[in-house]
Design a binder for this molecule. Sequence first.
Ligand code: SF4
Length: 267
Amino acid sequence: MRLAQYRVKPPLVKRSGITGWAINYAYGCTHACPFCYVQAIHERYPRRGLEDLTREGWGNYLAIPVNLREAIRETPWWRWRGKEVFMSSSHDPYLPPLAVWARRILEKALPAGVRIILHTRSVLYKRDLPLLSKYSDRVRVHASIATLSRLHRLIEPRVPPPWVRANVLGEARRTGLRVGASVSPILPPNRYNKDVFKDLLGVAGLLAEAGVEIVYGESLHRRGGNLALLSRVLGFRVSIEGWDREAERIFYRAMDEMGLRAVWIPG
Ligand code: SF4
C-alpha cells in the first residue's frame, strides 16, 4: 500500500457529474472493489503529481490532502445550507485513515444546515451515530451491499460482511436516522452465485429489517478496465451483454416481495 499527500483547494464541496454536489477528501480507495468505476477515472485523468501513485493499481494507494484541516475550516459550509451533498463519490468516506476526517467534516457541515447523504461500505460511522442522530432531519445513511453470496469476499474484499453492514444500518435507523441502500453491482449468475433472484431476496430481507426507505439497484457499469479487473479477480470472463434488463427485472421482483421502494439505475 502506498500512501501520499496532495493539496486540495477549498471549498471541499464540489460539483460532481454523477451526484450533483459531493465532498471528496482523498485520492484512491483502499477498499479495492474490482468493479469500482473510480479506477477508470484515475487511469484516464490521474491527479497531477500523483501519476506514479496511480500506477500502483486500484486499491493499492491512498493520498490524503496535507491541508485537509485548513480546507475544512475554509469551506463556507453555509453556502450549501439545505442542499443535498453526497459524501463521497470517489472514495469511501469512512476508510479507516479517513474516519477522523469524516467526523470533522460532519461537525462543520451539519450544524451549517448541509444535507448529507453518507454513502459507505464501511461500518466505522457507527461511532458517530450520536452526532449524526442530532441532525437526523438532514442526514441519510446509505449502505452499499452487492450480494450475500460467496462473491462478496471477492468483489468487496476489504469491507465487513454484508450482514454486518445491514445490522449497523439498522442501528442507525433505530437512532432516528433515515437509511437507504444501493444493491450494486448485481452480476450475472456465476459459479459463486448461481441463483441471483434468491440472493437478492436475501439482501432485500436484510434491508427491510434494517428499515431502509429506498433501495437503488444497478448491474455492472463498464468503465475503463473494471470489467477486465473483475474477470481477473473472479477467475473467469464476466460477460454483461444483455444482462442489464434481466438484472432490473429480478431486482424489482425481489425488492417488491419485501415491500421495498426501489429505483433501478440503468447501465
Ligand atoms: S468502496 Fe466504493 S469507492 Fe471504494 S473501491 Fe469500493 S466501490 Fe470504489
